[in-house]
Design a binder for this molecule. Structure first.
Ligand SMILES: [Zn+2]
Length: 186
């Protein structure tokens, strides 16, 4: 009984958390005044579609080549206005990945390493499962995203700088081939 209750609690928590992210907007971004071109790319400013599309393709092939291929291409919503980003209820962050539903990019995150960073989170959710990724330590989840996206900032704000060095140290010993197998043990 207790086990069953725990399972129910576990299953319900992320759903409750997602409610704050207004997930319906990610599944149906048209509600946030965003237009989608195809299944995987949406933006509130269609005049910047080409730029968004370039960032998308670059990040997808970068992550595929350097870490592992993404099974289901994520839907990415490129917000060029703050109003668009804020309509997803994501607060002060620059970008966010919600499970495997999609990624939202804020106006200041239209940069290759930001889009790669979020696609790495998407890949983590695919490979480890949303619950697995949720349970993995932050130094691994964020450290990996900052490190393997090749974020050019020499010093990140803490705790992210610390997470990145901890991940780099771990990855040097683990290597690419055993990455997911070892990540599941963390
Ligand atoms: Zn991150």
């Amino acid at each position: 009984m207790l086990k069953r209750l725990l399972l129910i609690a576990l299953l319900c928590t992320p759903v409750a958390a997602w409610a704050f992210f207004k997930p319906v907007r990610i599944v149906a971004p048209e509600l946030a005044g965003v237009s989608c071109i195809g299944d995987s790319l949406c933006t509130d400013d269609v005049s910047r579609y080409e730029q968004a599309s370039k960032l998308y393709d670059e990040a997808l092939s970068f992550v595929g080549a350097s870490i592992g291929s993404i099974e289901d291409k994520p839907r990415v919503i490129f917000c060029s206005s703050d109003a668009c980003f804020q309509s997803f209820g994501l607060g002060k962050r620059s970008a966010a990945t919600i499970g495997t539903f999609g990624i939202v990019i804020s106006p200041r995150a239209w940069k290759p390493y930001y889009v790669r960073h979020e696609m790495i989170h998407h890949l983590q959710n695919e490979k480890l499962g949303v619950f697995g990724a949720w349970n993995d330590p932050q130094w691994f989840i964020e450290g990996m995203a900052y490190s393997l996206s090749e974020d050019p900032r020499p010093k990140l704000s803490e705790p992210f700088e610390h997470y990145r060095s901890q991940f780099d140290h771990w990855y040097r010993q683990t290597g690419k081939d055993r990455l997911w197998e070892e990540a599941r043990k963390l």
